[in-house]
Write a protein that binds this ligand. Structure first.
Ligand SMILES: NC(=O)c1ccc[n+]([C@@H]2O[C@H](COP(=O)([O-])OP(=O)(O)OC[C@H]3O[C@@H](n4cnc5c(N)ncnc54)[C@H](OP(=O)(O)O)[C@@H]3O)[C@@H](O)[C@H]2O)c1
Length: 343
């Protein structure tokens, strides 16, 4: 269960369609200015940064003066095009590197984390933005897990843990490392029909019950459960880890997939990618230690999905934790978690 803090809205109200609409139409993240948040000297990593919200996060980070920006992409040609697009905001003393990262391969994730571990100075800010959705059911050929669960949950968790190891190994650096996991309103709408199944993660491998929207929503919910749990085991003086909601944004994953009428409606209520990305960067650079293990939306701490605070979530999170640790054990995650307790 997520750590109880007092919010000015209940989780149920936060997850209601009416509040969602209200946020879309009248909400928005605070403006971030370089005068208040100067990131010069810092290194930031954004995954899935070749387009959509990741590219816009990159642009905001450069505007805030970040010295080194690493754009992590599965397709290096797209990464180079993104780098090219970002050169218009690049200033003297800033650099952009394109690094290969394919969430569908543990080998790629581990090689990427090793590259990040070798960075000097160490990375300061990590925005785990990459995610995926698909209409048809498919299993990941390497791990045997359903592909959306693999990319949006298991691979994301592996990256969280590998970055925590980097932050632990460079603890002497005065400011805590920052990890922001990109979440979604849809976590609060997940039906999560698999929740009573044991083992849990394998239950997502049933093609007959695959539903594109519910699978995506559930993977975002599972990430919230994981972030709440890992935050209890990591001191925020070592790393502040939070989830952030960009709101519904036109572009990126959104747009063009539904009927013309729904598209027109979605377009009206959508934010721009730049606005959504600002909400994510706010969570990564402006929010303090109180956001550790929490969900940030439009510059404020907000409740995660209602399920996260339910009695049911307590036992389920332990089951999820146990299975996740087992699934990722070959990458040494148990040792990482043990070492974090001593850090
Ligand atoms: N747009 C919205 O309204 C909205 C709302 C709430 C939350 N979000 C979240 O915001 C984040 C960005 O979404 P977006 O709308 O900007 O969508 P997007 O443009 O499709 O961005 C997703 C990024 O993830 C990358 N990616 C997908 N599979 C990958 C893999 N196997 N390995 C590495 N990278 C992979 C994509 O790379 P390719 O270009 O190579 O496919 C792309 O760069 C996601 O976490 C999404 O869930 C979006």
């Amino acid at each position: 269960m997520a750590q109880e803090i007092s919010f000015d809205i209940t989780p149920e109200k936060q997850a209601s369609q009416l509040q969602f609409l209200r946020r879309q139409l009248f909400g928005g993240p605070p403006v971030l200015s370089r005068r208040d948040f100067d990131l010069s000297g810092k290194t930031a990593i954004v995954t899935g940064a070749n387009g959509g919200l990741g590219l816009e996060c990159s642009r905001h980070l450069l505007n805030l003066g970040v010295s080194k920006l690493i754009i992590a992409v599965r397709n290096e040609a797209k990464g180079e095009a993104a780098r090219e697009a970002l050169t218009t905001v690049l200033e003297v003393g800033q650099s952009i590197e394109v690094w290969k990262l394919d969430y569908s391969s543990y080998e790629s994730i581990q090689a990427f984390a090793q590259q990040a571990e070798d960075l000097k100075p160490r990375p300061d800010i990590v925005i785990l933005n990459a995610a995926f959705n698909r209409t048809d059911f498919a299993l990941n050929l390497e791990t045997g897990h359903e592909e959306v669960l693999q990319i949006n949950y298991l691979s994301n968790v592996l990256l969280i843990l590998l970055f925590l190891r980097i932050f632990k190994n460079t603890k002497s650096v005065t400011s805590p490392g920052r990890i922001t996991v990109v979440s979604s309103d849809m976590a609060g709408w997940a039906k999560f029909d698999e929740r009573n199944e044991v083992p849990l993660l394998k239950a997502f491998n049933k093609e007959a019950s695959y539903d594109k929207f519910d699978r995506y929503s559930t993977t975002k919910l599972l990430s919230q459960l994981f972030v709440s749990e890992i935050a209890k085991r990591v001191s925020p003086s070592l790393a502040v880890i939070n989830c952030a909601n960009p709101g519904l944004c036109w572009g990126g994953m959104m747009g063009g997939e539904t009927s013309a009428i729904s598209n027109a409606f979605i377009r009206i209520i959508c934010r721009s990618l730049s606005t959504g990305a600002r909400a994510l960067v706010d969570a990564a650079v402006r929010q303090d230690e109180s956001s550790h293990g929490q969900y940030v939306e439009d510059g404020k701490l907000r409740p995660m999905a209602p399920f996260v605070y339910s009695e049911e979530a307590e036992q389920l999170t332990q089951q999820l934790w146990k299975e996740t640790m087992e699934k990722l054990s070959s990458a040494g995650v148990k040792e990482i978690v043990e070492s974090l307790a001593q850090a």
